[in-house]
Each structure stands twice: as C-alpha cells, then as structure tokens.
Design a binder for this molecule. Structure first.
Ligand code: SF4
Length: 363
C-alpha cells in the first residue's frame, strides 16, 4: 500500500472572510505580516505594505494604539491592495473607530475590554460591517487569574483563555471568529493549538510569538508551524521575526511551499556543494535566488554543483544547471539545452526562466 503522507488533509473549519481573502474551509492557507511603522505615519505604513504585497503577503495587520492610528486606516486602505487587520489592546473605542475607518478584521480579546456593554458595541460594529474578530491569546499577556491557576502560561492556560473569549462572542451570537493561541515556546504553541482544535471549529491563525531574530525565528516558526500544518491545523500564518516584515512573508511563503500547501514562486533546489564542485555554486545560487525573488508563477529551478546528483535534479526541475569544470550544462524540461561557460551560467538560467514563463511552460 502506498503511504500517502505527501499531501495534507486540512482540519474542517468554519469559513470567514477578511476582505476578499477567505480563511478556513477549503481556502488556501494565507500568509500575514504586521507593519512595524507608526500606523499614523500613513506614507511609511503604505510603503511598507506595498513591499509586503510585492513579497506575496495576503493580509496585513497594523497596530492601533490610539485614535490617530485608527483614523489613519481609511487613508492607508485607499493606497493598498490587500485586506487590513487592526490590532487593538484594551480600548474598545479604538476597535470601533478602526472598523468605521474600514478595517477588514479586528484583533481584540473581548475579555480584556471591560463590561459587556463595551463588548456589545464592538461586536455590533463588526456585525454591521460583516467583518471577523480575531481572538489573539498570547503567552505574554495571559489573564492574571489563569497564571495563578496554572502557575505558568502553559498550553492548558492558553486554551482556557481562548475558550473564555470565544464564549463571550458566542454569547452575543457572533461566530465570525478566528483564533490564535501563541506562545514563545514552540512545543507549548503546538500543544495549545492541538488541544484547541479538539474543542472548536473556528479557523486558526498560527504563529510562534516573539520567535526571535531572522535566524532563530525562522527555525522556530518553521518547526512549530510545520508540525501543526502537517497535522492539518492552521488556516492563516504569521511568522514573527525581529527584522524587516518582508522577511516574515518570505519565510511564511517558503514554509507553505515546502509543505505543498501553496504553489507559487520559485522552488529553488540547490546542492550544499562538496569537494567535487568545480564552480562557484554558492555565489551562483545566491544570485539566482535574488534575481528570481519577484516571480509569482510556480517554477522549479535546480542549481547543482556537479554531475553526481546534478543532472538528476536538474532534469526534474523546469530549468536547471549542473556544474562541470568551469562550465555548466543547462537543462530545460528534462533535456540538456546547451553547455555554457560558468561566467554565463546565471544570465543563461535567468533568461531561460523568463522565456519559459513567457511561454507559460511551467505546468
Ligand atoms: Fe557535491 Fe555534486 Fe552533490 Fe553538489 S551535486 S553536493 S557538488 S556531489
């Protein structure tokens, strides 16, 4: 019997819409990021969002710490092309103002904003505009009584917190909900989402919070999100990195690509090099990656150091090269196209990729 672990069966969830992007159900897993500009600085925020769009970001979130930020949303929205989420802590008036100004979703924890009257006002504003609310439970801001009960922000505490917020919204007959339940500890994050997946059928926004710098955060996010996505858990993801948010999108896309959850952009296969390599493969691979970064169509490109594994991988790719002594063989759709000097390798590879995309030959 064939062991079919190469495709992922996603968990069945409700669907919600954030602008024109669907989350949950059969919708593809989307990639989110969050701006790190001052939201009220419309120009800087728009420029960053446009760069995120270019990198393939599906949904963007902005911090809303005050009224000026909430009001900036309408101007920001006029200049961007992806749905925008307003991130609010504690002040229900900011949520209402953000919704009035066109936010496509709000992230707010209903249990943290005061009395039921305030919660009702936010829920009514969201209902009126038909936008979802994300409950965003985070290990760093867990309720005091849960910390006392459990002694630490463990998975059980995160789940109990999320369920509390859910029941408040359900009590108001509101079910347009997305949930995140993030810890800075990878295994706690995994356990929390697994536990919550058994309790509710709302779509999940996945993330390992405060994951670290580009290097450590990428590894932690790939491990944590990779485990959950492989289990079919997760409908939208945010990789949290201390760095340029564009990197978050690049890493998020790569995680989804590596699990075959999306087909988009370049899938670069390159060998680690070894003593057999007789070309500057590391330099060539870096340059190819950089030059093909903006491509959205799915294409598999192989950059291989020698004839041991090179021709095999290069043949399987749409376009590939395999190095020899100061020269490379160029493969296209499984056939050797030509042999060129090493110095021409990048130029020839890039122009072949472009002509293949122009001819729409990657499928
Ligand atoms: Fe070494 Fe050749 Fe394999 Fe690259 S493809 S790691 S150069 S054996």
């Amino acid at each position: 019997m064939v062991d079919d672990r190469t495709s992922i069966k996603r968990r069945t969830t409700k669907k919600v819409y954030v602008g024109d992007i669907g989350i949950g159900g059969d919708f593809p897993v989307s990639v989110q990021s969050m701006t790190n500009t001052k939201t009220q600085d419309v120009k800087a925020t728009v420029n960053q969002i446009l760069a995120l769009e270019e990198a393939g970001c599906d949904i963007v979130r902005v911090a809303v710490p005050d009224m000026e930020a909430a009001q900036a949303i309408s101007e920001i929205k006029r200049n961007i092309h992806i749905p925008l989420v307003a991130d609010i802590h504690f002040d229900y008036r900011l949520a209402i103002e953000a919704i009035k100004n066109g936010a496509d979703k709000v992230r707010i924890n209903p249990g943290n904003i005061g009395g039921v009257d305030r919660i009702k006002k936010v829920v009514e504003a969201a209902r009126e505009r038909n936008i979802p609310i994300r409950i965003g439970v985070n290990s760093g801001s867990l309720e005091k009584d849960l910390l006392e009960k459990y002694g630490s922000p463990c998975a059980e505490a995160l789940v109990e917190s999320a369920l509390r917020h859910v029941s408040i919204l359900e009590g108001l007959d509101f079910s347009d909900i997305v949930i995140s339940i993030k810890s800075s500890d990878v295994l706690t994050t995994v356990k929390a989402y697994e536990m919550l997946a058994k309790r509710v059928d709302y779509p999940f926004h996945l993330g390992v919070t405060e994951a670290g710098t580009i290097f450590s955060g990428t590894v932690k996010s790939a491990v944590g999100l990779g485990i959950l996505l492989y289990e079919g858990i997760g409908d939208t993801i945010r990789v949290s990195l201390t760095g340029d948010p564009v990197e978050e999108v690049r890493v998020g896309k790569e995680i989804l690509k590596s699990l075959n959850l999306i087909e988009s952009g370049v899938n670069l296969i390159s060998c680690p090099t070894c003593g057999r390599c007789q070309i500057d493969l590391i330099g060539i691979a870096r340059e190819v990656e950089k030059k093909l970064a903006g491509i959205k169509a799915p294409i598999k490109v192989a950059v291989m150091g020698c004839i041991v594994n090179g021709p095999g991988e290069a043949r399987e790719a749409d376009i590939g090269i395999a190095g020899g002594s100061g020269k490379v063989a160029v493969f296209k759709k499984g056939r050797i196209l030509k042999t060129v000097p090493e110095s021409d390798a990048v130029g020839v590879l890039i122009s072949e990729v472009r002509s293949m995309l122009d001819d729409n030959l990657t499928k």
